[in-house]
Ligand binder design. Structure first.
Ligand SMILES: O=C(O)CCC(=O)C(=O)O
Ligand SMILES: [Fe+2]
Length: 281
């Protein structure tokens, strides 16, 4: 993980680190603390009052009855104008335009709050989506030769070894593969960062929230950035009736993307651990 200052970073070095280095970079002191404090207050209020929302890769937490200790607040665009301000930062736009194309888009914008005692997540990748362990459902030859996705993490609390800073396996993004029990994860590191910092990682890099063994919460904002072409060129669904969608041939459903659960209104989901190898057992 390479660390840069907010006034002395280099897009090419960052790109190399994300693609062929560890897969993770931190740019320090990007956000003013008053912005971070306001965002944290809003996230905490929502997480305290909205009820348990869908999360993922939490089979262990669910089995231990601790699923409620990993909390999500989804779709932050609609929650408060401050989240639009945070995601529109010049550094984000400069770097994501450079890596993903100038018309890059956002695929997901949520908060992940680990309360003390949260067991953390299974190691996983975020792109090409969380179910890449069902590899046969993805195109043959798919690889990580170019940046298909970049994730951003914006700490609202200190992310330390103790508080459950996101774990990652350096370099694991280079050979696109969903991590399993046979994989060597002994080189595991954590994305150590503080409020105000901006962390980027390659969504192909194996990672996951670690247990929060501290006495304080650990909240971060999590953003998925994507190239524009991930959004289909034609909106085939909006003008089709529900009757058509409910009764069409399964092959037509597949062609319309109706069998694939993403994009999903996470906020309205009743599931608390939606996906992961542990969940499929
Ligand atoms: O909260 C974290 O540390 C990481 C969360 C994550 O990787 C995810 O939800 O996909
Ligand atoms: Fe993730």
């Amino acid at each position: 993980m390479k660390v840069f200052s907010n006034s002395n970073y280099n897009a090419d070095f960052i790109f190399d680190e994300l693609m062929t280095g560890s897969g993770v970079v931190v740019i320090e002191d990007v956000y003013h603390m008053n912005v971070i404090h306001s965002a944290k207050e809003i996230i905490n209020n929502l997480a305290d009052t909205q009820g348990q929302k869908e999360s993922h890769f939490n089979a262990e937490a669910e089995a231990k009855g601790k699923i409620n200790l990993q909390q999500r607040v989804w779709n932050l665009f609609g929650k408060d104008p401050i989240f639009s301000k945070i995601i529109s930062h010049d550094i984000i736009f400069e770097l994501m335009s450079n890596f993903l194309g100038t018309e890059f888009a956002c695929g997901s914008y949520c908060a992940s709050r680990l309360l003390p005692g949260s067991p953390g997540q299974e190691l996983h990748i975020d792109y090409p989506y969380w179910d890449f362990y069902n590899k046969e459902t993805f195109p043959r030859g798919l690889n990580s030769s170019f940046a298909q996705n970049i994730q951003a993490t914006i700490p609202l609390d200190v992310c330390t070894k103790l508080s459950g800073a996101t774990a990652y396996i350096p370099g694991s993004q280079k050979n696109l593969h969903y991590p399993n029990k046979e994989d060597d994860i002994t080189s595991r590191k954590q994305m150590i960062a503080k409020p105000g910092d901006l962390v980027f990682f390659n969504g192909n890099c194996w990672h996951g929230a670690m247990p929060n063994k501290s006495e304080n919460q650990r909240a971060v904002l999590l953003i998925e950035f994507l190239p524009k072409y991930i959004k289909p060129v034609e909106d085939l669904c909006s003008l089709l009736t529900d009757t058509f969608k409910d009764s069409c041939d399964p092959r037509v459903r597949q062609l319309l993307g109706l069998n694939y659960q993403y994009p999903k209104i996470m906020e309205q989901s009743k599931v608390v651990n939606a996906i992961g190898i542990g969940k499929e057992k």
